[in-house]
Each structure stands twice: as C-alpha cells, then as structure tokens.
Write a new protein. Sequence first.
Length: 552
Amino acid sequence: MYKPELLSSLKDYNAKKFMTDFIAGIIVGIVALPLSIAFAIASGCSPETGLYTAIIAGFCIAAFGGTKCQIGGPTGAFTVIIYKIVNNPQLGMAGLATATLLAGLILILLGVFKMGGLVKFIPYTIVTGFTAGIAITIATGQIGDFFGLTTGKLPGTFTGKILAYANSFHTIDWYSSAMAIICLVIIFLWPKVTKKIPGSLIVIILATVANIIISNYTGLHTDIIKDRYTIPSSLPKPQLPALGIQTIIDVFPTACSIAILAAIESLLSAVVADGMIGTKHDSNNELIGQGIANLLSPLFGGLPATGAIARTATNIKNGGRTPVAGMVHAVILLLIMVFFGKYVEYIPLAALSAVLISVAWNMAGVSAIRALLKGEKSDICVLLVTFLITVFVDLTYAIGVGLIFAAFFFIKKISDLSEVQAGQRTIVTGIRGDGNEEKIDVPNSVMVYEIDGSLFFGTIRKFELAAERAGLGYKVLILRMRNTLYIDAGGIRALEQLKALCDKNKIQIVLSGIHTQPYMLCEKMGMADKIGRENIFDNINDALKRANELIK
C-alpha cells in the first residue's frame, strides 16, 4: 500500500522538529540555487528551467517519496540526455517534456508493481562506468565558459566539442580563466574551513561580488547569466505538451534511460541518507514519489529530476530529519526566484563552470575506479565498455551493453567455478573442515552469519540483512563463507560497507571458510588488510576461538 513518508513523519511532529527542518531547508535551498542553474545551463536549457525543477520536483519528491530526508532536483546525471534532446530540431523542449512525462509514468509503475529492488541488480561496475562517463561529458561541456572561449553553438558529441575547443582556443579570455581557476581552487580547499556550507555557494557569492567591482573599475568583462538569459520572477502556468504518437515513439528509449537513472540515483541517495541517520526508506514508495515529481515538473517547464546525494547530505548535516525540510527548501528557492531573481542574473558563467567541473570531479569516483582496476579483468572490461560508450556513443546504449557484458561474464564465471566446487578447497589449508565443524558453541556476544551462494551484484541484499542486525549488541560478527565460491567488485563493496558499519558499532568482523577466488580478490582490492589477516580462517572452530579472544 502506497504511503508517503511525510504522513509517517507527521505523526509525532512538533515545533522543535519543525525548527530544525526549517533551518536545514533554508540552508539547502540556498545551496541548491547555483547547482540548479548550473545543471540547466549545462543541459543546454535556460537557467530558470533548473529553478522550476528544483521548486516543483523538489517539493513533490519530499512530499510524496518514501525517504525522510531526500532533497530532489536537477542533477548532473541528466545533462547528457537533456542536451541531446533539446538540440534535436525535431524534438526540442517539447520532446524533453514528453520524455520526462513518460519517465514519470515508468517510475510510478515500477513503484506500484514493487520493483524498487530490481535497481540493485544493476552491477556496481556499470554504475561506476556510466557515472564516470557522465562526469567527463559534464566537464567537457564547461571548457568553453571556463576559459572564456568564443565557440558558437557546440555540437552534441564529445569529439565534436573537443574539435570546437581546439579550433577556438585562440579566443581564450584570461580574465574569465583566472576567475574560473580561482573559484575551482576555493571549492576544493573550502572543506578545510567548514563542511557545513559547500564551497560552490561561497564561490558564486564571491565571484559575483568581485566581478561587479572589477568590471566597474577596470572595464574587464566576463559573460554573466544576464548576457544570455533572463530569470523570471514567477512560476509559469502549467501546460501539457503536445503528445504526438510519433514524438512518444521517438523519445521512449530516452524516457526509459531517464527513468533508470532517476531510480538508481534516488535510491542510492536514499541508502546514503539511511546510513547517515539510521533509518530505512521504502524503495517502492520512493519511486512513486519520483514518478509524481517527473510528471509535474515538465508541466511547469522543468527538467527531469531525482534525489541528489550531495544536497540530501547537506540537509542531514544541517539538521533536516523529515520531508518537511525538503518542502521548505523548495519554497525558499521559489522566494529567491521571485524576490532576488534579478540579482541571480549577475552570476559569472566562469564561476558556474568551475562549480560544474568540481561536481564532475566528485561524480567521477576516481578512488572507486582505482579499486576496480585492481580487481577482476571482467569487472575492468565492463567498467571500460560502459565508460567509453557513455562518452563516445550514448548513455542509453551504455547501460544496455554493460548489462549484456556483465551477464555474459557472470554466466562464464559460474560455469567455470562449478568445476572447482567439487574440490571444496580453501585458500588456507587446501582442505575443507571435517564433519565436527558443525558441533559449534556460539557465545552470546558473537553472531555467525552464513552466506549460502556467490556474493555478487544480485545477492548483496544478504549483506544488507546482516548489516541491519550488526548493531544489536554483538561484539564479533563471523561471516561464514564455506559456500561462497565467488565474489565480485559489488560484493567487495558490500563487505566494505558492512566493515564501516561494524567499525562504527565497535564490532569486529571475522571470516570463516573463505575460498580461493574470494580470498584472492580480497587480497587484490585491499579488503584482507582492512579486515586483518589474523581474522581470516578456513573453518568455523578456529574462527570461534578468535572470537572468544576478541570478546575477553
């Protein structure tokens, strides 16, 4: 039964909770302002479309979703798709509105039919690959404004943009370049000052004020929003786009891509939020809320929307604990647009390009890619194929081809491992424990959790269940892996997440009965060192002896 989180949160709501939500909503609303504008411009749209999205979709995601602290709006993941549609002469903004409406319907259907859990079947390597590809594409699109180049209308392809920049690099504007570089440096150094207020907001304010002063006294000029766009002072009247059959057919694949991306990013954001405040979101209700937001956003001239991890984290860090904070954030953005829109027009585009390049860097997930490159060749192949197709071809194809590659490699590995299974060998002694292994006595402070089967992207939910129980007063968590013959990069990531949760609750993880392939991958990706080799055993009895030592 569909029940938005807002209704549950309001049961014991009081003035104290409202004040903390209200303050968090104000802060995250101000933070969301430059990001909403920047993502809209990066998508080839006018800046007000980003504001419309953050206001309408941000309010709906909070009011109708299944997460307590989710902050929704335009994100970098959609910029590539949006740019391609709006620059298509046959589609344009009308085609984008149609695609967003269809994506909203798809998301609602996914939630209604309880398919929120299916998103977990998309391998971690694919998510990492296309996220890194999107990051490269976003950064590439900002080179012109970053260096103040005169490029004219940019082509939609990666190689086309690079050629356009190369041909126009002689038009570089040193004032714009200096401003962008200084802004980028401040953004990366700002967390050393404080992490509560993002550096992106600080550089937008400083760059705008500095540019006004410098341009008045020296005559130096860099393009500002006002030079290309006008910020309206009110929301437009809702209008349904012309839903032609041919347009629906043309944009349907894109609508599926938007729906998949919205589902992945929103549910990832919900998981992050759960980890920060110890809650549990409803993935199906969250998808319904995301669908409602994407149905209403295009009616007001907005873009596709989803939960934004950075803004959600900012909300939580500043005290937001219920959907009311997300609703306040949307109202604050509306008030800023109505009363201060004319001042927003003075933001330098060079500063916005620095903000987007920093966003692209954070999206790229360099540390995650480095870890994956140390792992299985099949994981590396899926990662690279997804990344390259995202950058050079199309995001829609990248997800599909990545899934085909991942499925092929998984089937091959399971087939290969079936031959090894008959040997029943472990890495430590080369033999499996004897029948006496089952005569075990588990102390009260120790929990034994057995994983029956391979730990890969489709079975990570088992680790989530273990993680949910990991904070129930235990001192040692023994993961019994005698039946786990295979583990992939997603499984290693799940282990890392469980290790972080156990460290937080002062629980020691001990591995029992680990086989060759899981152990070798743990070695390659550094997981064996994180757990400690002294906590890895070939049988349950030795693992229990170690547990008894740890609880004394």
